[in-house]
Design a protein around this ligand. Structure first.
Ligand SMILES: Nc1ncnc2c1ncn2[C@@H]1O[C@H](COP(=O)(O)OP(=O)(O)OP(=O)(O)O)[C@@H](O)[C@H]1O
Ligand SMILES: [Mg+2]
Length: 244
């Protein structure tokens, strides 16, 4: 197993609050690396710290042989890391295609191919391709936000709760896209929807109170009643699986 990104013992404050207090994360190549944890556990802050929006106080963030901890967000993105935040910004009065084009600063001959790859990946977006983004459904919006990150072909994609607020059918479609992407890139997926995490995840890291409390294979966690109960307060019998 080869880690593409290695986060070790990360500490970070927001204002005077200690938010991350020992986050470690080993991101495996061409795999879906899920981060789980209750509300407020520090999942989004971990992604924001990797991207350089939050400065770590302590700890290391290593991408291959490069230490990212002292780089700016722009420099980090230039290393080939894509980031889809919670509530990603979109340009409401531009079409889907224009939104995607705007997120590709270096246009070249392959631009058309990359756009058509996104249409293949997200059939639900294709039907709205020339509509203004402000008129999209919640699911189409999330797909467009994800496509805007993927269209630049990042080596590593950090995705923060793509299923948020979506119907079970659209969560399935997002899952389909994630599974297809695994062969092309490496994914860090923050999720509260346990079924999506279980279906797509290869590896999992559980955060609690700003710390890594569990790390291992997704299937090992998902099939163990004891581990689920202990780390996530989840019952295996739970049918809805929404929210942790
Ligand atoms: N700007 C901020 N100012 C103060 N506290 C913050 C700020 N942003 C986050 N926090 C706190 O940091 C902790 C971790 O927040 P974070 O958003 O990383 O959690 P999360 O695991 O992503 O939660 P959720 O599942 O709700 O998205 C929370 O207690 C939150 O209240
Ligand atoms: Mg969050």
């Amino acid at each position: 197993m080869e880690a593409l990104l290695e986060v070790k013992d990360l500490y970070a404050n927001i204002g005077q609050f200690s938010i991350l207090q020992g986050v470690s994360l080993s991101v495996q190549k061409n795999a879906i690396n899920v981060i789980l944890g209750r509300n407020g556990a520090g999942k989004s802050t971990t992604l924001r710290t990797i991207m350089g929006y939050v400065r770590p106080l302590k700890g290391t963030i290593q991408l291959d042989s490069t230490n990212l901890s002292n780089l700016t967000t722009y420099q980090i993105a230039r290393k080939g890391i894509g980031y889809m935040p919670e509530d990603a910004n979109i340009f409401a009065n531009l079409t889907v295609e224009e939104n995607l084009l705007i997120s590709m600063p270096n246009r070249e001959a392959r631009t058309a191919k990359r756009l058509s790859d996104m249409r293949d990946l997200f059939p639900d977006l294709t039907v709205a391709w020339n509509r203004q983004a402000g008129t999209l459904s919640g699911g189409q919006r999330q797909m467009m936000a994800l496509a805007s990150v993927l269209v630049s072909q990042p080596n590593l994609v950090l995705i923060d709760e793509p299923s948020k607020g979506l119907s079970p059918l659209l969560v399935e479609r997002i899952g389909d896209a994630l599974v297809q992407l695994r062969t092309e890139t490496t994914i860090v997926l923050v999720e509260q929807n346990f079924f999506l995490a279980k279906r797509t995840g290869d590896y999992v890291t559980v955060l609690d109170d700003g710390q890594t409390v569990y790390t291992g294979d997704m299937q090992a966690l998902a099939s163990s009643e004891d581990l689920l109960q202990h780390y996530l307060g989840l019952q295996l019998q739970t049918k809805d699986g929404m929210g942790l």
